[in-house]
Design a protein around this ligand. Structure first.
Ligand SMILES: [Zn+2]
Length: 498
């Protein structure tokens, strides 16, 4: 048996000015990984590739890995990068195989197409019309009909933070092999609801997504083969952004439709609980300061500028307010500012520097713009910026922050990186000699993923509305392409979805 396993993964924030070229998919290498190199990197890791490899290796299959291309969320994918990645996968499919395992995020928008994954599937089907295809998707997928109609089965994560990526791919892979053996006959239906759940309200610790995902899992023990609730990614201004459901049953379309409708009805009925209420930044920082009197660490979450939602990772508003209100003993992660890193490297460890930190990437999608923060401080540390993830999300994978420097401004330590990375693993501090549990305050540019590594370490979390292209205030960006009416942009009051 010959199985092709490939990854094409990107969550596109159409409001993000960050360039998504092939280099971003290559992760610091000359080109995206493939073959044995990719196999060695991903085997045994908590990732979709890790899950697929486990299934294929246990089955004794010959494995081809034409490309593993995942880029941190950012703006629309450049056409040449898309052609390169899809070309590798289509070429491998065209050579012939018994099955294809795809790790696709599900929210890829390119310069030319809104449905990057659907277009990939169309191209694969042109050369391999009948080969069974399993697709693993992120919970933030924005679904179009093609992916469901052209894949054999589609399955998404049940957790956010995404701590079940490997489990998701394993399930999809095993189900596809059962299909190959004639033991299962996947029947797949899907649907969406006209709603854009706020990302800050999508965590699976919280109602209502906890209930939605639990019910999806329950359905899998009550006759369904695979049930996925995709909360969607609202910062892609495309027609089909938003919440959707895919149900796979064993040749039982009526059951699939019943389960789909139950989940969509529940999500729609609880749509108000997916709306995020914004607290003014000044109030949040002041509240954090008060909370710290009862002991730390208190985590200040700079969630408008989360790189894993397409943020530039360089807006300065939350840090500026922290400094203005005089918070002491703060560890900050972090700022993407290769220019500032270069300045600190040139100055050398232990020396004083004056830098203009962040605020360098213009955000044309926003009316408000960030500005560099003029800081005088000491270069505390310089690092190559690599560590091994140990938290359930991405466990075993090497995280690459690029050349990294720590700037100390009084008792505030600011990590400055050269590659976009979300701080979800405390290794981002510990690899730099900063022990997060010993600090009074932490500031993280994250939204929900921090929970996997940091929530157990902190006493309190205060969500801070800063500035950025993953703003949790929808009125700050202009939606031109998403289907209308849609909740909450249009405040639909009807109990009916359609
Ligand atoms: Zn996601």
């Amino acid at each position: 048996m010959h199985i092709v396993i490939a990854q094409m993964s990107h969550e596109t924030n159409t409001f993000s000015p960050v360039l998504t070229d092939l280099a971003r998919f290559a992760g610091g290498r000359d080109a995206p990984m493939s073959g044995d190199v990719a196999r060695d990197v991903y085997r045994g890791t908590a990732s979709c590739m890790g899950g697929y490899l486990k299934v294929a290796e246990e089955a004794g299959a010959d494995i081809s890995i034409p490309v593993v291309a995942g880029a941190p969320p950012s703006g629309p994918v450049e056409d040449d990068a898309y052609e390169y990645i899809t070309g590798k996968i289509v070429e491998a499919a065209g050579l012939g195989c018994d099955a294809i395992f795809l790790d696709l995020h599900g929210a890829m928008v390119t310069r030319s197409v809104d449905d990057g994954e659907g277009e990939l599937l169309r191209r694969i089907r042109a050369v391999a019309p009948r080969v069974p295809i399993a697709v693993a998707l992120d919970m933030h997928a924005n679904l179009y009909p093609d992916i469901v109609e052209l894949a054999t089965l589609v399955y998404g994560y049940h957790t956010y933070p995404h701590i079940d990526m490997d489990v998701t791919a394993e399930h999809a892979g095993r189900l596809l092999l059962r299909t190959l053996r004639g033991e299962a006959h996947p029947t797949m239906v899907w649907g969406n609801a006209p709603m854009l759940p706020h990302v800050m309200r999508q965590g699976t610790d919280d109602f209502p997504n906890d209930r939605l995902q639990a019910r999806a899992s329950e359905m899998e023990s009550q006759g369904a083969l695979a049930v996925s609730v995709f909360t969607g990614f609202p910062h892609a201004d495309i027609a089909n952004a938003g919440l959707s459901v895919v149900v796979v049953t064993d040749d039982d379309e009526a059951l699939a439709e019943r389960y789909r409708d139950e989940l969509l009805d529940f999500a729609w009925g609880e749509r108000e609980a997916f709306v995020y209420e914004v607290e003014p930044l000044e109030d949040s920082v002041a509240r954090a300061n008060t909370l710290a009197d009862a002991g730390g660490p208190v985590l200040l979450l700079d969630h408008y500028d989360n790189t894993a939602s397409g943020g530039t990772m360089d807006t300065t508003e939350v840090l500026a307010e922290i400094l203005r209100q005089g918070l002491e003993d703060v560890a900050v992660f972090g700022f993407f500012d290769p220019e500032a890193v270069a300045t600190m490297v040139a100055a050398g460890v232990g020396n004083e520097v004056c830098i203009a930190l962040g605020g360098k990437l213009e955000m044309p999608a926003l009316a408000r713009q960030s500005r560099p923060l003029e800081l005088a401080g000491r270069v505390k540390l310089i690092s190559e910026g690599r560590f091994r993830a140990t938290v359930p999300m991405s466990r075993g994978l090497t995280m690459n922050m690029g050349t990294t420097a720590v700037l100390s401004v009084g008792s505030v330590d600011i990590v400055v990186v050269s590659r976009h990375i979300e701080p979800f693993d405390p290794g981002c501090f510990r690899s730099l000699g900063i022990e997060p549990t010993e600090r009074r305050f932490l500031m993280l540019k994250s939204r929900i993923h921090y929970r996997t590594g940091f929530k157990p370490l902190v006493k309190e979390v205060v969500e801070c509305a800063g500035l950025g292209v993953c703003t949790s205030d929808y009125s700050e960006v202009t939606f031109e392409n998403v289907r209308r009416p849609i909740f909450p942009l249009d405040g639909i009051n009807s109990p009916e979805r359609f």
